[in-house]
Design a protein around this ligand. Structure first.
Ligand code: PGA
Length: 251
């Protein structure tokens, strides 16, 4: 059985005080959670404060990006080792906002995925098609290209430790959630890809989250699909009540 992972992607939101309050609330409210994994992914500058608050709690912490080089003259970048050192367990990689707004390529996502795994972090690697790509009927091809580019050279053991987030770009922050059937169809496609490349044993272990306008109201239905192993939540993770609604639906 795959353990569901509900991760909150705070994106470039919050300030120090609201980040700390949300972490305190999460620590308290998730005390009784036993059957699923939960994570919060604040902006870099709040990671230390949030990891300190959430240490020993049910909630893991993740960064929203990280660089693939270990150290050196890379102004503005943060290494996977630094992220690990301050107590993070996860790192989101290849989010569509990074791919499309910041022009990050699957080759870079691949280098970052290798670097994250080398540091013992769990990479949450995002894939997903644009609206025009879905309408053109090329969703499968886009996902396959992102999958092969992002996971190139990963061993079976490394693949098992990787989390994939399917996030249709047209559903992110738009309120237009994919139907549970649309999500399940792509998740099955991704699991088949893993089977093709790594075999069924690995495919059965890898967690595939859905992301894109997940809310307390639609979480149960989406998470009820057999190949949906959690959610990567943006907007609804910024306040305790909606995020707990999703966590409780998953638990
Ligand atoms: P959303 O964002 O839940 O606000 O749609 C999801 C994401 O981008 O990870």
């Amino acid at each position: 059985m795959r353990r569901l992972l509900i991760a909150g992607n705070w994106k470039m939101n919050m300030n120090l005080s609201s980040a700390k309050s949300l972490a305190e609330e999460l620590k308290k409210e998730t005390q009784g959670i036993t059957t699923i994994d939960v994570a919060a992914c604040p902006p870099f500058v709040y990671l230390t404060a949030v990891t300190e608050i959430l240490a020993g709690s049910k909630v893991g912490v993740g960064a929203q990006n990280g660089y693939f080089e270990k150290e050196g003259a890379f102004t503005g970048e943060v290494s996977m080792g630094m992220i690990r050192e301050i107590g993070c367990q996860y790192v989101i990689l290849g989010h569509s906002e990074r791919r499309h707004v910041l022009h990050e390529s699957s080759e870079e996502v691949n280098l970052k995925t290798h670097a994250a795994l080398a540091q013992g972090l769990t990479p949450i690697v995002c894939v997903g098609e644009l609206l025009a790509e879905r309408e053109a009927g090329v969703t499968d091809a886009v996902i396959r290209r992102q999958f092969d580019g992002s996971f190139s050279g990963l061993t079976a053991e490394q693949m098992k430790k990787t989390v994939i987030a399917y996030e249709p770009v047209w559903a992110i922050g738009t309120g237009k959630v994919a139907t549970p059937e649309q999500a399940e169809e792509v998740h099955v496609g991704i699991r088949n890809l893993i089977t093709e490349r790594y075999g069924k044993e690995v495919a059965d272990i890898v967690r595939i989250q859905y992301g894109g306008s997940v809310k307390a109201e639609n979480a149960k239905e989406i998470l009820g699909k057999p190949n949906v192993d959690g959610a990567l939540v943006g907007g609804a993770s910024l306040k305790i009540a909606p995020f707990m609604g999703i966590i409780q639906a998953a638990d």
